[in-house]
Write a protein that binds this ligand. Structure first.
Ligand code: ATP
Ligand code: MG
Length: 383
């Protein structure tokens, strides 16, 4: 550590002997450090309330609150501060007690100034290392959580696609049979059978549920219908127009305004157009659903070195903070039985990850939501 770094150490020197304090302080200042001074434990604790410190040099023998009690109080409220104790040379036990109470180290008086300077530097280094360790721990925890989430989504995805596939056949049979029963109940000889209305209502419920189950399998199987995904340089403009065309009725009914902020040169991506259509459909459908009358959707493109960035922004109801971590989970929905399956974003996430892209969301309740897609400009594996 050089002198420039030394003056970054926020240092507090606590001793009741004024002469000792000013001598040590002068010597430390000569070595590039700038200690603040306190004459007893109480003043020390008062200063720490107001001013952040890194290292405290603390005399053990002081009137009022003892050095050891001051140390204990510091360690309770300012855990990151390192304390160096100064003990009389006959009171080694104070030093040992201090270490037990969390002191970094102790030095016996009279103090050798170079020795003290070294200890201060070591204590400061310890703070730096602990900060780094803490940062690394936080980073690891974040990474692990992300990895677990991704793994979980991938395995859930594989499993649910398999199940959806298997459910399609029985679903078709149920649908056919319900249709057949409805037909029979509609024939003239059935018009007078008892409780015909209740039977019709039952069939109606079956049909409604089949529709929902059908939406679920459709979402999950949508992107596996075509076995191989074929990546190509694709213009996203026509895909956006096409998708908005499919949503035209809702857009007209709600008088939604579409703002285009698309740069013509920044809309060619390396994707499978079939899958991209499904991504856009789900995102735009959600945006339309989140909007009240006269709302707007803004479509923006920009670019980074490798990616095209597409933003789909609405000024609709927004997503509450506590839901933001769940929206990509399968079957998470805030919509009614008839309206949503909770699979839209799950599928979007799956497709975008498989295209080597990334999706992020920002949202504010009552203000709106923005989904940001990062999609590769070209096939990186060939370059
Ligand atoms: N643009 C948006 N604005 C507000 N909330 C949104 C938006 N997009 C998604 N959400 C929230 O995320 C939830 C999950 O969305 P997702 O698309 O996965 O399922 P869904 O829309 O509920 O059902 P489905 O997509 O099958 O119709 C929604 O129910 C909604 O609460
Ligand atoms: Mg949806």
């Amino acid at each position: 550590m050089n002198k420039l770094d030394d003056d970054k150490i926020r240092l507090l020197l606590v001793d009741d002997e004024e002469g000792f304090r000013s001598t040590i302080s002068k010597r430390l200042t000569k070595r590039g450090m700038k200690p603040v001074q306190a004459s007893d434990g109480k003043e020390c604790l008062d200063i720490l309330e107001k001013e952040p410190m890194d290292v405290v040099i603390l005399d053990v023998k002081m009137p009022g609150i003892s050095g050891i009690d001051t140390l204990k109080a510091i360690k309770q409220t300012h855990k990151k501060i390192q304390v160096i104790l100064l003990t009389g040379n006959v009171a080694i036990t104070d030093g040992i007690e201090g270490i037990k109470a969390g002191a970094f180290d102790y030095l016996t008086k009279p103090v050798e100034i170079d020795h003290l300077v070294n200890k201060i530097k070591q204590a400061f280094e310890m703070i730096r290392l602990e900060k780094e360790k803490q940062k690394e721990l936080e980073y690891r925890a974040k990474l692990e959580k992300k990895m677990i989430d991704t793994d979980r989504l991938v395995s859930l995805g594989t499993m649910s696609t398999g199940i959806a596939h298997e459910i399609n056949n029985p679903l078709a049979i149920i649908n056919e049979s319900a249709g057949f029963m409805k037909y029979i109940l509609g024939t003239p000889e059935m018009l007078k059978i008892p409780r015909r209305d209740a039977l019709m209502m039952g069939i109606g419920k079956i049909e409604k549920s089949i529709k929902r189950a059908g939406r679920i399998t459709h979402q999950l199987l949508g992107h596996v219908k075509k076995q191989e995904s074929t990546l190509s340089e694709t213009d996203i403009m026509p895909l956006l127009h096409e998708t908005l065309g499919l949503l035209e009725k809702d857009i007209k009914d709600k008088q939604i305004k579409i703002n285009w902020e698309i740069d013509k040169k920044k809309n060619i991506v390396w994707i499978d157009p079939y899958q991209m259509r499904q991504v856009l459909m789900n995102l735009l459908n959600n945006a339309v659903h989140a909007l009240k009358e006269n709302g707007s959707i803004t479509l923006t493109t920009s670019e980074s070195n490798d990616d095209i960035i597409l933003e789909i922004k609405d000024n609709g109801i927004g997503i509450p903070k506590e839901n933001l971590g769940k929206i990509f989970d399968p079957f998470f929905t805030t919509k009614s039985f008839d309206e949503g399956t909770g699979l839209g974003l799950f599928v979007v996430h799956k497709i975008v990850s498989s295209l080597n892209g990334k999706i992020d969301v920002t949202s504010k309740v009552g203000k709106g939501t923005c989904f940001q897609l990062r999609l590769p400009k070209y096939d990186k594996s060939n370059k």
